[in-house]
Design a protein around this ligand. Sequence first.
Ligand SMILES: [Fe+2]
Ligand SMILES: [Fe+2]
Length: 286
Amino acid sequence: MDGEQVASPAAPIAEWLTPQNTAIPVLPALAGRVIEVASDPDVSLVQLANLIGKDQVLASRLLQLANSAYCAPMQEIATIPDAVVRVGADGVRNMVFTVCFSSRMYDPSIYGDHGSLLIEHGIGTAYLARMVAELVDEDEDEAFLYGLLHDIGKLLILKLAYDYKRRSGTTVPAEEVATALEQHHASFGGITLKRWGLPLTLEEPIRCHHDYRSASTAPRKAMVVYLANRLSHRYGFGCDPDAYNILGDAACREVGLNAAWLSENDGRAQGLFEVARQSLIGAPKR
Ligand SMILES: [Fe+2]
Ligand SMILES: [Fe+2]
């Protein structure tokens, strides 16, 4: 980088970059249970409401979401069962994931400035993944999840650098962390998902979100998250906006994402992102 010397060149797996050397933040037990119940096709909404009601944070977030512009209720929703009905089982599951994901990225001593930016980038990409999934007839709620979690491997890499410093007293050079984040976050995302015991249908799109052609079982899902991530960078969700010519990308042609779709989306993406951010994490605009 501009003649700067990187302290130790980025080996494929450097000394500190060994995933078995750290504890991945676990999903809270209640959240895991909510996700399990909400993913059951025979889920009872009463059962789901009872679970959510046990956690104040999840309960208040659910009410907030059910009353948000995103859900647009005809009248104010004041109870958890009504909110579960309004948001639906998949919506509840996605809300729980978002709350868990964002609550685990906020520790600045571990994640520095990356944490809040990754949360914004994840939420923006989640909503864009829904839109692209709708275009290609993929499951939109599932797309929300792999969009939300696509860069989760960055969390693991930042945690490894933090743990290495605590263990050895040696700071991993910032350039080396940056290189590892860029080169390894997709595969480390796959590792995180496996450790969480999440379905493999989520793991592959996350692992292949920069290289959708390497997906062997669900290439369409990988293409959805690839494009959602491209769009997220176009709009600057949790990052600087880029000027990549997305319409020139082969993936756009493959899914039929054209100039008319892009123009319509360009007009509404920012507003939808603000609604999503406030509904899901209650964060004011930074
Ligand atoms: Fe990425
Ligand atoms: Fe990304």
